[in-house]
Design a protein around this ligand. Structure first.
Ligand SMILES: Cc1cc2nc3c(=O)[nH]c(=O)nc-3n(C[C@H](O)[C@H](O)[C@H](O)COP(=O)(O)O)c2cc1C
Length: 321
């Protein structure tokens, strides 16, 4: 299938996740078969003000293609202008964040708060589409709260404004990340637009991926938390969707091998001190569900070097044989 003119192979997209889905993680997910990846959200205002961090977040490597850069903001002109800077990193797609519930974003008129202002949302999309040489996608929630579920209206407006695909996270802003995901609203969006629809929320394996596709008729699925500490989830989903095969979870030794490789890559890209700090949260995800996970989380939460991380990982393997 295609998003605009961009060929997408496979069904499972890596979700944008600020503070987590950085270049190292995205490349890892692509190596396991993610069909495309989306950057952490980038502030259009930050770009406008020349903020180095915002620009760094937009960087995409050749090992993570196709890839989208996700931008957020509340002003159509600023959003459109940041396209030029973002294009320096040659994204195949530009995604607009209209779903972030965080007060820092939604409280400033961006992210999910645009669900409350569909007209402004449409102007932003139109302005970005006009400036963008690549397809523009939009990521929305089901609505702001249960009394204002308006994903269908938002999606129609997005399509009308030139969006090439729409991701629907089937929860309201008020629900944040708490279950359940409203698959009916994703199905409704799919019925009401002709551009591809990407279903998102609580997909963690092949079966939940298949259910999302069957229940909503969506074109692609997007995985966020299900990939944390488990980037191989993409190969599991692909195996199930393509051949009905259920791949068992990898053994502890493999989990630890991937964790170390992941952290080494973060260290390579961001330096060891940042890499080790970030290893603490990733370590908790990679050890989730293991015997002694709480103890490991605590130990990994204080890890201070790559050598120490490797020693702990080795001990985890021995203790979980
Ligand atoms: C740590 C974290 C960071 C996130 N950052 C972003 C973001 O930058 N942009 C965005 O549109 N959504 C963001 N999200 C939402 C996810 O993209 C996704 O919509 C949500 O987690 C639901 O999917 P899941 O159930 O597969 O996790 C974030 C979610 C998490 C857990």
């Amino acid at each position: 299938m295609k998003i605009g003119n961009v060929e997408i192979n496979g069904k499972a997209v890596l979700a944008p996740m600020a503070g987590v889905a950085d270049r190292a993680f995205r490349e890892l997910c692509v190596s396991y078969g993610a069909s495309y990846v989306v950057s952490e959200m980038v502030s259009a205002k930050g770009i406008e003000m020349g903020d180095r961090k915002s620009k760094t977040l937009s960087f995409l490597s050749e090992k993570e293609r196709p890839a989208a850069v996700q931008i957020f903001g509340s002003d159509p002109i600023t959003m459109a202008e940041c396209v030029h800077t973002v294009m320096e990193f040659s994204p195949e797609i530009i995604d607009i964040n209209m779903g972030c519930p965080a007060p820092k974003i939604a409280g400033n008129g961006g992210g999910a708060s645009l669900m409350r202002n569909p007209q402004l949302a449409e102007s932003i999309i139109r302005a970005v589409v006009k400036e963008s040489p690549v397809p523009v996608t939009v990521k929305i929630r089901s609505g702001w709260d249960e009394t204002s579920v308006n994903a269908v209206e938002m999606a129609k407006r997005a399509e009308n404004a030139g969006a090439s695909a729409i991701t629907v996270h089937g929860r309201t802003r008020k629900q944040m990340y708490a279950p359940p995901v409203n698959v009916n609203i994703i199905a409704e969006v799919k019925k009401n637009v002709s551009v591809p629809v990407i279903g998102n929320g609580d997909i963690t394996d092949g079966q939940s991926a298949a259910l999302m596709l069957e229940n909503t008729n969506c074109d692609l699925i997007m995985i966020g938390r299900g990939a944390l500490g488990a980037p191989w989830v993409f190969s599991h989903i692909n195996a199930y969707l393509e051949h009905g095969r259920i791949i068992p979870e990898p053994p502890v030794s493999e989990r630890m091998r991937v964790m170390i490789k992941h952290v080494e890559t973060i260290c390579e890209y961001k330096g060891e001190s940042v890499g080790i700090r970030e290893a603490r949260k990733h370590g908790a995800w990679y050890t989730k569900g293991l015997r002694g996970a709480a103890k490991y989380r605590k130990e990994l939460g204080m890890v201070s070097s790559l050598d120490e991380l490797k020693k702990i990982a080795f001990r985890i393997c021995v203790e979980n044989q």
